[in-house]
Design a protein around this ligand. Structure first.
Ligand code: FES
Length: 347
């Protein structure tokens, strides 16, 4: 009884298919080898008769060409799909990535197949002169050695050459000084004793304007409002909440205090202020909070850091109330303002 392909078990059919593929591959490689051997090499045709490994084979493989075309078309399809996904499903990054990834993979596969099986394969040998000829080396050595003939002040010229080299190197390195903030600017602020505090509209701040529970941003009258140290936070606290260091007891007239608006962590502008209204709030401590990394400072304790990555307290500026009831700066900050650069010094 004959068994038809349908009667055979799946494993037998698979083995047969693999056998056919292997036989086809062996046959194709043998035919290719014969074609290569039959082709006269250019060396054989040359006058010298020396061995020349130059070789050129033209595959003319229609199946490979078809495969490359299919891969290219599929790649184009994926690329168009990417465009469609981008327009229709703008936020689906997974599909976008999948489409673009497939497109690139298919194009790469097409390039590999084309490189291996479609375009002519060629081995070329380009004749070259010997890289290092002994006579040429000796000639150069002679030229270099003869270059010093007749020079009597070698030490002088060597010194001058070294000096010129060092100067050029120094000139090349000089622009590095432009990196970072200008020297000295880290220790400066536009605040001087007697400068009035104004708001961003230029109106003077009077002590009566400062209410408990609110915070205000003040600028120096006549100063550059864009400079890093210009902005200060102004608040008023009940005397019971003020526990300043001994040296700063006079820095909070009528409970009004001023602190730098620039966070000493990375220089963000502090614009959050909490003032608990319910005494059951724990801790019942008014505090400034930086919105960038939440460093938190308590103005009642001289700007002490109670939370967050800042490495030091918030710089405080002493203020005074003039005879007109307006707020004025009473001296420099207790520390340099701004981010903590390489070791902040006291001003
Ligand atoms: S900049 Fe303020 S906490 Fe980082």
């Amino acid at each position: 009884m004959n068994d038809t392909p349908e009667d055979r078990p799946p494993s037998s059919r698979l083995a047969r298919a693999l056998g056919l593929i292997a036989a086809a591959r062996i046959g194709w490689r043998g035919a290719r080898r014969k074609a290569t051997a039959a082709k006269p090499s250019s060396a054989a045709a040359g006058d010298t008769g020396s061995h020349d490994p130059s070789e050129r084979t033209v595959p003319a493989n229609r199946r490979a060409e078809n495969l490359v075309a299919i891969l290219l078309v599929l790649g184009a399809g994926c690329a168009f799909a990417f465009i469609a996904f981008y327009i229709i499903l703008q936020t689906n990054t997974q599909l976008l990535g999948l489409a673009m990834g497939c497109a690139l993979a298919l194009l790469a596969a097409a390039a590999i197949v084309a490189g291996k099986m479609v375009v002519p394969q060629e081995t070329s040998v380009e004749p070259r002169d010997q890289l290092l000829k002994e006579e040429a080396v000796e000639e150069v050595v002679e030229i270099v050695e003869s270059g010093g003939e007749g020079i009597s002040r070698r030490i002088l010229l060597t010194g001058a050459g070294g000096l010129a080299g060092a100067a050029v190197l120094g000139a090349a390195a000089a622009p590095l000084a432009s990196l970072g903030p200008p020297a000295g600017s880290l220790h400066q602020s536009p605040w001087r004793r007697g400068i009035r505090l104004i708001d961003d509209q230029g109106h003077l701040y009077a002590a009566a304007d400062i209410q408990i529970g609110s915070f205000y941003t003040a600028l120096p009258q006549g100063g550059n409002p864009d400079s890093l140290g210009a902005g200060v936070l102004v608040i008023r606290l009940p005397q019971s909440m003020i526990h300043l260091p001994a040296a700063r007891q006079s820095w909070a007239p009528q409970g009004i205090m001023a602190y730098s608006k620039i966070c000493p962590h990375a220089g963000c502008a502090i614009n959050l202020y909490r003032y608990p209204l319910d005494e059951s709030t724990a801790p019942f401590t008014p505090a400034f909070t930086c919105p960038c990394h939440y460093s938190t400072f308590t103005p009642g304790n001289g700007g002490k850091l109670i939370f967050g990555p800042a490495g030091r307290e918030l710089p405080q500026m002493p203020i005074m109330i003039d005879s007109d009831g307006n707020l004025r700066c009473d001296g420099p900050f207790d520390e340099d303002i701004g981010p903590s650069w390489w070791g902040v010094r006291r001003t």
